[in-house]
Design a protein around this ligand. Sequence first.
Ligand code: PLP
Length: 398
Amino acid sequence: MNPLLSKLQPYPFERLRRLFEGITPHPDFSPISLGIGEPKHATPAFIKDALAASMATLAAYPATAGTLALRTAFTDWLQRRYALQLDPATQVLPVNGSREALFSLAQTVVDGSKSPAPVVVSPNPFYQIYEGAALLSGAEPYYVPSVPSRNFAVDWDSVPEAVWERTQLVFVCSPGNPTGAVMSLDEWKKLFALSDRYGFVIAADECYSEIYFRDEPPLGGLEAAAQLGRGDFRNLIALTSLSKRSNVPGLRSGFVAGDARLMKQFLLYRTYHGSAMSPIVQAASIAAWGDEAHVVENRAMYRAKFAEVTPLLTALLDVSLPDAGFYLWAGVGESDTAFARDLLAQYNVTVLPGSYLARDSGASNPGAKRIRMALVAETAECVEAAQRIVQFVKNRSK
Ligand SMILES: Cc1ncc(COP(=O)(O)O)c(C=O)c1O
């Protein structure tokens, strides 16, 4: 067995299952889950139609690089969204959702044979795949806190030079899961300067980029690079996905874009890994990336939902409207695990304890005393959940 497998931590939902063992939720309340960040708005019909209409293509093996039509759908979207012109032949690749791409990118870029062991830097709290990807590549994860006092901006300055010297890969999540924070141009500038100095690759996880609450869309990593005169996107790969943008988490479709030199190696890795995208998924993806109307509609639904739900909670919890994403990352002022357990027992609402999404760094865990609420269900259900949480908090403080 690969000994690195034993380093993997239990996934947060496994920990949640254990936390809830033996609890019988109050029978007067129907179950509502804000626990899992899985999109629940309807998949647009035209995407399903494109999938069904392409069944004849199943009789051939797809190329790992995807068709030129697919790669052009990516670069056309990047042009419309960020006013960037990338080369479809060398600067983009299809991936089967950003999750597998985050993982396989680490296996591609990290040289685990280095001594001392390489480091992969991750925000803290973070999307759990970053950690598993780092560990299985033979690297040591290093967690950089993202805390409310800095509006959840990751504190890159806190990383010691000795750590940067061993760093081969940095994961960036903007908009952030769970914080919803978007990285500014100044933060990108700092990170690019560090990448130039220490030679690490930046993996920019941007799968929430189309769900935002401000007027201006979130700045993308490639966009920031171009604005800072880094048109070759050196050492930068952005990862994006249709799962949240187009409500197709089951399609498993996304793409990566950026540094052509890295893309070539990534394609080599993926060819052996066997991660070509199914031709029917390619057809549906071309349709989805080519349409923006459903994305505008989807965003409007999230905006309406967050506008109703957030104000219900702000008086009682330390929470505010995020920049982007579909989570509320709320301070509860007490043990996050006790809060989640008792909330389930008394009101049958599931939330995710924040400490499950973070690791201890220094003396504290930046997810402690916080909970993540995924507002993915219909508005009425999310409002009902918020009202129960309000009641729960009021009873608790009596
Ligand atoms: C921050 C972040 N990155 C990546 C993913 C993976 O999404 P997908 O593989 O569906 O593209 C998720 C899914 O929840 C996520 O929250």
